[in-house]
Design a protein around this ligand. Structure first.
Ligand code: COA
Length: 192
């Protein structure tokens, strides 16, 4: 199940997350320039929009993310290191209305990859999604060749659900993860 309007309406305040190493305020126009720099690495942009993510394209994307926050009460968080206050990426939820699903997405600056920061940020959002927002299921929509993203999804507990084509015509592997409550009920149990 994805987020219903009733559920969204009951939790509207933007989510300010914090983890051991990260501050995670809602991503906004304040972060657009720093996000453009993160996207400037070809290895970052390759599977998430490529050439469209120049300064103008990134600003437009951030405006779409802000609209998601307003409409759904969830969205993308900026990732800011506690130690230096540096912006290093984004992580959060994004709806796919065409599929009636909500995706957990993540981007971490190349220079700071390999330290578990994406895992840390994504786990914080999994907790919010399942325990505070009451979502029953999340997806991760990943290009088949995006090995780091597939490894991260697996590390987070996602499993392959299907191969699909996005509305933009891109082939993807759709991973899914059920909320803990759904794992128990779908596995069967006493009728009580
Ligand atoms: C997908 C992406 C976020 C993964 O970044 P990442 O740095 O590999 O992920 P993490 O931050 O969780 O780090 C995991 C790595 O750090 C290591 N690590 C170190 N300390 C760790 C810790 N405390 N916890 C977890 N992992 C840790 C892990 O062993 C792993 O290393 P490995 O890749 O050699 O196995 C990154 O590749 C990216 O931004 N890609 C471009 C954008 C993109 O494609 N996004 C996904 C769209 S579907």
């Amino acid at each position: 199940m994805t987020l219903t309007r009733d559920t969204a309406a009951s939790y509207r305040a933007p989510v300010h997350l914090e983890t051991e190493r990260l501050l995670m305020p809602p991503l906004s126009g304040l972060h657009a320039a720093a996000l453009t720099e993160v996207y400037a690495e070809p290895e970052i942009a390759r599977h998430i929009g490529g050439a469209a993510l120049d300064a103008e394209g990134t600003a437009a994307q951030v405006r779409r993310f802000e609209a998601v926050w307003r409409e759904h009460g969830f969205g993308q968080s900026a990732l800011v290191t506690r130690v230096s206050g540096t912006f290093v990426g984004r992580t959060g939820l994004h709806p796919w209305p065409q599929w009636d699903e909500v995706e957990l997405g993540y981007v971490v600056a190349r220079r700071i990859q390999g330290r578990g920061l994406a895992t840390e940020a994504a786990r914080a959002w999994l907790d919010v999604a399942f325990r505070r927002l009451g979502l029953h299921r999340l997806t991760a929509v990943i290009h088949p060749d995006n090995a780091p993203s597939r490894a991260l999804a697996t590390r987070l507990g996602f499993r392959v659900h299907r191969n699909d084509i996005t509305p933009a015509g891109v082939p993807v592997v759709v991973y899914e993860q059920l909320a803990p409550s759904q794992r128990i009920s779908r596995a069967g149990g006493p009728d009580c």
